[in-house]
Ligand binder design. Structure first.
Ligand SMILES: [Zn+2]
Length: 381
């Protein structure tokens, strides 16, 4: 009996491990096929938001389940929920994996698996981990013990090319489409739309989280601001409260999910008779980062909705402008032309101010003051 024949006889990990992942059939087949005889490091290449978490958790189940990813045992479901004792998701506390976090990961890689025959170490988005990359490289070249690393990256800058070359690269299909606002296409519109789209591009949270009724409420609340805005302090304070309340409501789902995950974790560790304070701390820290990240995403989406309002006003002005041009310009007086031009400048300024606010969001966590300052400026426009 040849080895190939034997291999063909082995069942692939259950497809159910990848439930909810859409548009990634190729990556899923590669991961399932590879789980039988895994290499020591993988790199999932593609935009974040393409169900990456579900993909790596399903793959981890295939690697850690005693039956090769049966899809229904306790270990499989622990992997899918992200609380298998031998699965570590090393999400960075900062913008990118730090040197200290890379060292932490290396220390983790030295330990013996707790319950499975190996451990799986996930390092999400290493694209910006320029400083940590050299630290990780040695471990990836000579992986100690029974470790399988799964890295993810959205881009491949020069600094991480070497690391990437030590991994089996799996390309993810890009299945995210960004809606493009309808309207005119004068140069000023294109310019401001690029700015507005950049606000959206910073979105790093999985699409599924942002979808839903509460996200719709954020968009509605934030885009209604220009029509309610006046320069009085009480109006501005009231509007900012409304805007932030919509965000708080939208995040309730996330908080509930995290609460459930923590309770499940506590229950499962006590069932195992092995409380794991380090892992619990890791989980609560991840929740904290996740919540902050999603909050920032919701605020950015709100700002994007607000920006679109001014963009639409600008598009309307531009279409009037084009109209006068083709009609010979006799319909509007010179005064109207001036008014239109000054309105156009105001709208562009509004969009730029909104964009600046979006950029400041990371550095300045006092959202209330930041938004109040924004509305004061917009009321002036
Ligand atoms: Zn299983």
């Amino acid at each position: 009996m040849t080895e190939t024949y034997y291999d063909m006889d082995v069942e692939l990990p259950s497809l159910s491990l990848f439930e909810g992942v859409t548009g990634q059939d190729k990556a899923i087949s590669l991961l399932r096929a590879s789980a039988r005889n895994p290499v020591h490091a993988y790199l999932l290449m593609g935009q974040s938001g393409n169900h990456q978490r579900k993909l790596w958790r399903g793959f981890a189940a295939a690697l850690l389940c005693p039956d090769g990813g049966c899809g229904h045992c306790e270990w499989c479901s622990r992997c899918i929920r992200g609380n298998h004792p031998d699965l570590t998701e090393m999400e960075s506390a900062g913008a990118a994996l730090s040197v200290e976090e890379a060292h932490q990961l290396i220390r983790l890689a030295q330990r013996t698996p707790l319950v499975a025959k190996r451990q799986v170490l996930i390092v999400p988005d290493i694209s910006d981990a320029h400083l940590a990359a050299p630290v990780l490289l040695k471990t990836l070249e000579e992986p100690p013990g029974k470790n399988i690393f799964v890295l993810t990256a959205s881009t491949l800058p020069q600094e991480i090319v070497t690391i990437a070359s030590r991994c089996l690269k799996i390309e993810l299909a890009s299945n995210q489409s960004r809606p493009i606002a309808a309207g005119g296409n004068g140069p000023s519109i294109t310019h401001t739309r690029q700015k507005a789209n950049r606000i959206g591009d910073m979105d790093e949270v999985e699409g599924a989280v942002v979808a839903g009724g509460s996200a719709q409420m954020v968009t509605e609340t934030w885009s209604s601001v220009p029509s309610k805005l006046s320069a009085t302090g009480s109006t501005i304070a009231g509007l900012v409260d409304e805007m932030l309340l919509a965000i708080d409501n939208a995040l309730k789902d996330v908080e509930e999910r995290q609460d459930k995950e923590l309770k499940e974790f506590d229950k499962s560790t006590s069932d195992l008779g092995a409380p794991n304070p380090a892992m619990r701390k890791h989980l609560t820290e991840r929740h904290h980062r996740e919540l902050r990240k999603e909050r920032v995403t919701y605020i950015r989406n709100g700002l994007l909705a607000l920006s679109r309002e001014y963009e639409n006003k600008l598009a309307q002005l531009n279409s009037i402008d084009t109209h006068t041009g083709t009609d010979g310009g006799s319909v509007f007086s010179a005064a109207t032309g001036h008014a239109a031009q000054s309105a156009m400048r105001s709208y562009i300024q509004a969009i730029e101010t909104i964009h600046e606010t979006s950029t400041q969001l990371v550095r300045n966590p006092n959202e209330k003051l930041l938004l109040q300052a924004l509305l004061i400026k917009l009321a002036d426009i």
